[in-house]
Design a binder for this molecule. Structure first.
Ligand code: ADP
Length: 270
């Protein structure tokens, strides 16, 4: 299979291994131990959510998997290969969509395909249209970015991240700035897209219920320094409804653990 159709194939998701990763930032005299000896494995096609209070190193870990930051100690492996730089196999999506206002929806999604120099402009357009449809924006392909709601912009950002057909999707609080109803729609759509396109997803959030709704597994971090505290396997059928009582029970369990670790930290600080 050649050309754009090849780009649309479902490809094998990767397994990620984070082995004994530590990271310290130095800013003048300020030293921050962002992560301390973090080890974590993410299976092929697994949806893993990282939760924890602000400052516990979730975004730093995501940036390291993306190849945008590097560990001081330890290593990050993608299918057994050390991550040493960013790559189109690992796409990142942030809280703010960071779209180009001078390009329309199609132009923004096609921009992500610049990472694929083997495609002609016509082929890029075809691939971009496929993903625009996948995120439910087929009618808005030629709309300007300023005409779109916040939720629609995040859909464009999702299509742009998906378009190079990465094997891992790294999502840093992508729905945090959206209203509850829009978020709920996106939870459903993201679960569907993940199931259809078979990606490995690492999703950062501080919203416990969101994590329990989306993750196969929720990894709880604690801060100062950032460490993995506990992991929770979410054994619920999909697609999940964020308002279901069984999901609420998981969220309660995780929140309790979060609070008990926070109390533990306070004790140490005192
Ligand atoms: P989280 O995503 O859990 O909120 P971060 O990974 O953003 O946590 O940050 C972890 C800690 O590292 C915080 O104390 C933050 O201030 C610090 N930090 C993150 N990036 C940098 C940086 N580039 N320079 C200095 N300190 C940083």
């Amino acid at each position: 299979m050649k050309g754009p159709l090849e780009e649309l194939q479902i490809i094998k998701p990767v397994k990620l291994s984070i082995d004994g990763v530590s990271k310290t930032f130095h800013e003048g005299v300020v030293v921050t131990h962002a992560l301390d000896n973090v080890s974590l494995s993410v299976d092929e096609g697994e949806f893993v959510c990282l939760v924890g209070p602000s400052g516990c190193g979730k975004s730093t870990l995501l940036a390291m998997i993306a190849g945008l930051e590097f560990p001081d100690q330890g290593a990050i492996m993608s299918d057994g290969k050390m991550v040493t730089e960013p790559g189109r196999d690992r796409m990142v999506m942030f809280q703010e969509a960071a779209l180009f206002p001078w390009l329309d929806v199609l132009g923004n999604v096609m921009f992500g395909l610049k990472l694929k120099p083997n495609l002609t402009t016509k082929e890029c357009r075809e691939v971009a249209k496929f993903y625009i449809q996948l995120v439910g924006l087929a009618k808005y392909a030629r709309s300007n970015i300023h005409e779109l709601s916040g939720g629609m912009r995040q859909r464009v950002a999702l299509a742009r991240s998906l378009a190079p057909n990465p094997r891992v999707l790294l999502m840093d609080e992508p729905f945090a700035s959206l209203d509850a109803m829009t978020r709920e729609q996106l939870y459903g759509d993201l679960q569907e897209i993940w199931a259809a396109r078979k990606k490995t997803i690492v999703f950062v959030t501080h919203n416990v219920r969101e994590a329990a709704c989306l993750g196969d597994r929720v990894v709880l971090f604690s801060p100062h320094p950032g460490r993995v505290r506990e992991q929770f396997k979410i054994d619920l059928p999909r697609p999940r409804d964020i308002n279901s009582p069984s999901l609420a029970a998981y969220a309660t369990e995780i929140t309790k653990a979060l609070k008990s670790h926070q109390a533990g930290n306070d004790d140490v600080a005192e």
